[in-house]
Structures are given as C-alpha cells and as structure tokens.
Design a protein around this ligand. Structure first.
Ligand code: HEC
Ligand code: HEC
Length: 230
C-alpha cells in the first residue's frame, strides 16, 4: 500500500542582485506524495553502499537508515546534497543529475521507511550497572532527552533524529564531528555538545546505544535479507 506521507521541503532561495542591496530570503514549502515503488528502484543505487537492508555497520562507517524518521532522512539528503553536511563518499549520489529532484528523494526516503530495523545494532563498551553507563544516563537525561526523547525515539515533526538502534561508533563519530564544528546541527545541540567533555559525550552516546528498539520495528532475525533485492 502506498503511504501518503507528505514532506515539506524548505528551500531557501537567495536572490543575488547586483550591488550590495540586502534582500530578504524566500522560503518555499513543497509537499510530495511519495511513490514507494520508484523509491525502491532509486534505492538500488544507495544499496551499493548502504546494502539492501540499510542496517549500517559496527565500525560506524555506515549508519543504520532503517527506522529513521522520514524528515530526518530527507534533511540529511538535502544537507549532503548542498554540502552543508560533508560526505565526500555520498555527495555525488544525491545530486539532481544522479538521483533526481525532490520527488525522487521523497520516494527513496519513503522506501527506506518500509524497511525493518537491525535486530542486533552495535552498542557501546559500558553495560548497565557500570559507572560509565550510569554517568552517561545522567548526562543523556539532563542534556539530550529533551530533544531526542527519553528512549532515543526522536521526533519526526521537529526533525530530531531517532538514536534508538543507531550504531554506537557512528553516533560517537558524528557527535565528535559536531563538537569539532565539522557538522552543523541545531544551535541548541551545538551549545550542549561544546560544553561537555569528549568522555561525557561518549558516555551519553554509550547510554543511547542501549535503548531498546520496539519489537514491531525490528526484522525477525539478524539473518533477515531484504527480499526486494534478492
Ligand atoms: C558511495 C557510498 C554511498 C552511497 C551510494 C550512498 N550513501 Fe548514504 N551515506 C554514505 C556514508 C559513508 C554516510 C555517512 C556519512 C557520515 O559519516 O557523515 C552516509 C549517510 C547517509 C545518511 C545520513 C544518515 C544519518 O542518520 O546520519 C542518509 C540519510 C543516507 N546516507 C541515505 C542515502 C541514500 C538515500 C542514498 C541513495 C540515493 C545513499 N545514501 C547513497 C555512503 C553512501
Ligand atoms: C536542541 C535539541 C537537541 C539537543 C539538546 C541534542 N540534540 Fe542531538 N541532534 C539534534 C538535531 C536537530 C540533530 C540533527 C541535525 C541535522 O539535521 O543534521 C541531532 C543530531 C544528533 C546526532 C546525529 C544523529 C544522526 O543520525 O546523524 C547524535 C548522535 C546526537 N544528536 C546525539 C545527541 C546527544 C548525545 C545529545 C546530548 C549530549 C544531544 N544530541 C542533544 C537535536 C538535539
């Protein structure tokens, strides 16, 4: 069944007018009804790196995409496309010449949202009961939960990523990029991250990596393979 999710894409057009006259920015809101079948075809290109299941990997080179909120996925695609978020590997694959326009991006994002999540994502080194786990819990609850949710569920509407089910190394890498200013995020998160020490961030991420993924969102086993690409 085709889902009738709508995406709002915000496009900022900067009008460049000769001379130094200041111009106001123009915001365009666009809605798209995704076509999941077309999205599957497009995903074939993505699967070369992200694999058919979109589950990511333990060493953090690839994130789990399955289960991520559609608006978060879309924002990442647009940010990577326009260079706001730097990924030299993925950059060429999200250009309009290679993947298509907003409709095609909406299709592929909707397709990804049909995939069940990895039942065995990688977790951080400190298990429940250890001092670092408990410290991470405290830091997470104080500094991160307001946006990412008590159980790392994120928020589609507000475009806060779901952390639940994301690989530890990937999150750790991203948060260090955010701390070092390589990746720009919400200014309020940027502020929190610059205040905290790298060890505190790692502990918070460790805690987040242990959030349980709801059973209904997961694949039945870790040997599940995406039948669309068999
Ligand atoms: C050449 C390999 C490659 C291809 C092809 C590719 N990606 Fe990626 N993608 C990556 C890498 C590597 C990252 C992690 C970037 C980073 O570390 O910041 C990534 C990150 C992402 C993210 C960010 C996820 C997050 O939560 O941070 C999304 C969304 C994504 N890819 C979707 C896609 C889609 C959709 C396609 C197909 C149109 C695609 N990718 C094609 C390599 C690739
Ligand atoms: C003000 C809200 C806010 C707070 C507070 C916040 N974040 Fe975030 N976080 C965001 C947003 C928004 C993004 C996505 C930015 C983007 O679109 O690239 C993000 C991105 C991330 C990512 C990258 C996810 C991905 O899939 O690429 C991680 C990991 C993360 N946050 C962890 C944390 C941790 C840990 C804390 C607490 C120390 C924290 N955040 C505090 C809003 C917040």
């Amino acid at each position: 069944m085709k889902s009738a999710i709508q995406y709002a894409v915000f496009v900022l057009l900067c009008l460049t007018i000769p001379n130094t006259q200041a111009v106001e920015k123009i915001t365009i809101k666009l809605d798209f009804i995704p076509n999941i079948e077309d999205g599957q075809t497009t995903y074939g290109v993505c699967a070369r790196c992200h694999l058919p299941e979109a589950w990511g990997n333990d060493d953090g080179t690839y994130p789990q995409l399955a289960g991520q909120h559609v608006n978060v996925l879309m924002k990442q695609l647009l940010d990577i496309r326009n260079g706001t978020r730097h990924s030299s590997l993925m950059f060429p694959f999200v250009q309009s010449r290679t993947v298509g326009g907003y409709q095609e991006l909406s299709n592929v994002v909707a397709y990804i949202s049909t995939l069940p999540m990895n039942p065995d994502h990688s977790r951080g080194p400190w298990q429940k009961g250890s001092e670092q786990f408990e410290q991470g819990k405290e830091i997470y609850q104080k500094h991160c939960a307001a946006c990412h949710g008590d159980n790392g569920e994120g928020n589609n509407e507000l475009v806060y990523p779901r952390l639940q089910g994301q690989h530890f190394q990937y999150m750790n890498q991203q948060i260090m990029r955010i701390k070092n200013g390589v990746r720009q995020v919400h200014p309020a998160m940027q502020a929190v991250v610059s205040e905290l020490e790298p060890e505190q961030l790692e502990q918070a991420i460790n805690y987040a990596s242990y959030f349980a993924v709801p059973k209904e969102d997961m694949a039945s086993s870790k040997t599940w393979r995406n039948p669309d690409f068999n």
